[in-house]
Design a protein around this ligand. Structure first.
Ligand SMILES: *Cc1c(COP(=O)(O)O)cnc(C)c1O
Length: 485
């Protein structure tokens, strides 16, 4: 045996390094729960690259802890209470360990025997999620690497079931289309184009002033699409929209889809997790009437990225993604092998996603997820109130979950100037690294955007953020540099 191979697989080295890494991460978690640290240490992309290029050139020792510490140092640290940026949550440590187990075992999931426990656990996780969403035992589905892929997978199934051509086997001559809110995530638009429907295949319903789909316009948009020669096969509801966290009226969309025999898909990447909250599940009323729902575990269910559940109300549809409708009509139940997951997902080799999700369910139970989701939404709503109470701040729309958009708005400033001002505030906050928040642009206005995913974030952290924004804003204005749009 060559020395290098012996060394790379040395069990004692692995034990020592593994313990050192877990100790390091546990210490960092303990200290971020106790005191304030910076959330990130900002470096411009080129400088970040130079750092790593130098690391490669000058690497001296073979202790991976130096590497691990350095990666940690330049990561955004979701475990800090002042992390309030993108929608991803700090993973429950047990699920990070489950991810590590999966990485070590490296079972590829492409066929049942190369992932037996994770395959069976995947079926179980889907059943648990489906029950939580209010679906019956008929429901089935798969886990995918992310909401983007789950949405595309669902829409392919929708086409297979609803289109009257055999598109999968013979292609199509028709112009298919779906209806979706203008506020939907861009991955829905991409899915439509990937399916070959082009720009004409996506019909965007305008949103109201709370950024929810104006469902009262669906009949007219549908009529118009048909008179333009389009075959509408689906409506996609957002639960919620990414930018503002606005939930479409799922009951209204369900009624409309039933009336016209359309597929109802819900992009619940962020908000379908409200199904786990006793207090807030009413926000997603009507979810159980959808034909398919995509839900990310890595956003509101504290699981490492990316882990997504795609649930079909009628489990048979879950076998339709890469198949022709006729096929499914003639197939015996026994031909639908639940354990051949690769037949139903894009991924051939796939991470052992189910183990990450199940580790949380099994260790901490549904009540923990309820507590987490409820805490996050409570924080979002409270932050909305604090913004309204602050005369220097403007709330974009009342938060419906843990996503909150707002801006610094000193009196007497025009929109163009306010846009540039808020851009600069957000940039300065990024560079300082005490907080991590993001921004979004809606209808020509730049908003600061927070997702409150760290359950340890306190009201005082939110107050601190608002006063930091005010101070930063005043300072920028006082510098007298012209703030232009
Ligand atoms: C985050 C998000 C997506 C994308 O999901 P990924 O898991 O990042 O692929 C899709 N839709 C909505 C509404 C989202 O919030």
């Amino acid at each position: 045996m060559k020395d290098s191979i012996q060394k790379a697989y040395d069990p004692e080295t692995f034990r020592r390094e593994g313990r050192a890494l877990v100790d390091f991460l546990a210490d960092s978690l303990q200290s971020s729960l106790k005191e304030d640290h910076t959330v990130l240490e900002w470096r411009e992309p080129d400088s970040q690259y130079d750092h790593w290029e130098k690391d490669w050139r000058e690497r001296a020792d073979d202790d991976p802890m130096d590497l691990f510490r350095d990666v940690f140092r330049y990561c955004v640290r979701l475990q800090e209470r002042k992390y309030m940026g993108h929608q991803i949550s700090p993973p429950a440590p047990v699920s990070a360990l489950a991810g590590f187990l999966g990485d070590f075992m490296n079972n590829g999931m492409g066929v049942y025997e190369m992932g037996a426990p994770a395959t069976a656990i995947e079926r179980l996780v889907i059943q648990i999620v489906a029950r939580q969403m209010g679906f019956s035992a008929e429901a089935d589905g798969v886990l995918t690497s992310g909401g983007t892929l789950a949405n595309l997978t669902a829409l392919l199934a929708a086409r297979s079931v609803k289109a009257d051509e055999k598109v999968w086997t013979e292609g199509s001559k028709k112009q298919y289309a779906l209806l979706v809110s203008e506020e939907a995530h861009y991955c829905v638009d991409r899915a439509v184009r990937i399916m070959g429907w082009g720009g004409a295949g996506i019909i965007k319903a305008p949103a109201n002033d709370r950024f929810q789909m104006r469902t009262e316009l669906l009949p007219e948009l549908y009529r118009q699409a048909r008179s333009d020669g389009k075959e509408v096969i689906a409506v996609v509801g957002s639960a919620c929209s990414t930018a503002t966290g606005s939930f479409d009226d799922l009951e209204a969309i369900a009624d409309f889809c039933e009336l016209h025999d359309l597929w109802f898909h819900i992009d619940g990447a962020h908000g379908a997790a409200l199904a786990f909250s006793q207090q807030y599940r009413s926000v997603i009323k009507g979810l159980e009437r959808a034909d398919s729902v995509a839900m990310d575990f890595h956003k509101m269910l504290v699981t490492p990225s990316v882990t997504t559940a795609l649930v079909f109300k009628d489990g048979r549809h879950s076998f339709q993604t890469f198949a022709q409708k006729a096929q499914y009509l003639f197939e015996e139940d026994s031909d639908r092998e639940w354990y051949n997951l690769a037949k139903r997902t894009f991924e051939c080799t796939k991470l052992m996603l189910s183990v990450r999700a199940y580790s949380i369910l099994r260790t901490h139970g549904l009540s923990f997820l309820d507590d987490y989701v409820t805490t996050a939404v409570d924080l979002g709503i409270r932050f909305g109130e604090m913004i309204v109470e602050n005369p220097e701040m403007e709330l974009c729309t009342p938060p419906e979950c843990n996503i909150v958009c707002f801006r610094y708005r000193p009196s007497g400033k025009e929109n163009m100037e306010l846009n540039a001002l808020n851009e600069r505030i957000r940039r300065q906050i990024l560079e300082e690294g005490r907080f991590y928040i993001v921004k979004t642009q809606l209808r020509g206005i730049v908003w600061l955007r927070c997702t409150l995913t760290n359950p340890f974030t306190r009201e005082e952290d939110l107050a601190d953020l608002l006063s930091t924004i005010e101070k930063t804003g005043r300072k920028i204005l006082a510098e007298g540099v012209p703030v232009r749009g």
